[in-house]
Write a protein that binds this ligand. Structure first.
Ligand SMILES: NC(=O)c1ccc[n+]([C@@H]2O[C@H](COP(=O)([O-])OP(=O)(O)OC[C@H]3O[C@@H](n4cnc5c(N)ncnc54)[C@H](O)[C@@H]3O)[C@@H](O)[C@H]2O)c1
Length: 282
């Protein structure tokens, strides 16, 4: 099945980024959120993002106009009826996502694929609340979506080969480089990334090196664009603790325990850039 029109649930950071990536690549989009204000904000973000690409001469003004003409915004599920794929990119809450995918399952045509952009919820578990477990899949995009090439395509236990093939084909048409991942906590990238960040906090706590030297070491020695401690400040130290908590619970392996220093900084309200102070002061 070739996907020509994609529905997107949620016009936030990820939803509007996915909408932009689709529209620029000639794919029609219906971007849905809970209020007119939310969809207007999502659309405005796409308008300014495309404007920056025109300024940098990455796309032409005509490309921008054409891309915007492909994005329909809506607050009604009825407008999703002509889609071949709906990507759920709403707020990260299990209860909310269950409610959304059940509603989608009840009104979309049987052949429409449902994908979720969740970072932490089991794709197999979400698929199981629908009647189309074979046509349910994870599409984990990275932020900012228009810039980041990777998409993790997550196969739930019952995802069919045809569903995987259709979503893989779409990802390639969006100019992305998809990797295929079995459903497991953290998928591939965050499963490796967040424990690495956590280990950097252990190294810091043990006084092995200063924060600046730990970050410089990983940048210069591993060619990472940003050190793990500076990255933790960008992600949010509370988010790192929460993610480690999920791994600890799901795998039952103590190697996933959050570093006490990391937890202590969170307890102090030093969550990173968003609070002006984390490992570093901003
Ligand atoms: N931000 C990231 O770096 C990142 C990266 C990969 C995946 N994700 C995942 O993407 C999803 C969205 O994250 P985000 O950062 O875009 O969040 P966000 O807060 O920026 O946007 C979420 C949007 O969902 C909307 N929403 C809430 N309930 C809704 C409903 N019932 N119907 C329609 N829309 C609804 C909200 O109004 C909001 O506009 C989450 O599952 C998150 O885990 C985020």
């Amino acid at each position: 099945m070739s996907i020509q029109t994609v529905g997107i649930i949620g016009a936030g950071t990820m939803g509007n980024g996915i909408a932009q990536a689709c529209a620029v690549s000639g794919v029609n989009v219906v971007m849905l959120d809970i209020s007119d204000a939310a969809v207007a904000k999502g659309r405005a973000t796409v308008v300014s993002s495309l404007g920056r690409l025109v300024k940098k001469e990455k796309i032409t003004e005509a490309n921008k106009t054409a891309a915007l003409s492909r994005i329909q915004t809506s607050t009604s599920y009825d407008d999703l009826k002509g889609t071949q794929l709906v990507i759920e990119a709403a707020t990260e809450s299990y209860d909310l996502k269950v409610k959304i995918v059940k509603q989608l399952d009840s009104m979309l045509s049987p052949e429409t694929i449902i994908a979720s952009n969740t970072s932490s919820i089991s794709i197999t578990k979400l698929a199981a609340v629908t009647t189309r477990t074979d046509r349910f899949i994870g599409m984990h995009f990275f932020n900012p979506v228009p810039m980041m090439t990777l998409v993790e395509i997550i196969r739930g236990l019952q995802t069919s080969d045809a569903t995987h093939a259709a979503v893989h084909d779409l990802s390639t048409r969006l100019g992305k480089a998809p990797i295929t991942v079995k459903n497991a906590p953290g998928f591939v990238v965050n499963r490796i990334l967040v424990p690495m960040i956590n280990e950097a906090f252990f190294v810091l706590a043990e006084g092995v090196a200063t924060a600046e030297d730990i970050d410089a070491g990983m940048k210069l020695g591993c060619n990472q664009p940003i050190g793990p401690l500076a990255l933790a400040d960008m992600i949010g130290l509370d988010v790192c603790v929460a993610v480690m908590g999920v791994y600890l619970q799901e795998f039952g392996d103590s190697k996933y325990r959050a570093c006490p220093l990391l937890k202590e900084l969170v307890a102090a309200g030093q969550l990173g850039r968003k609070t002006g102070k984390g490992v570093y002061t901003y």
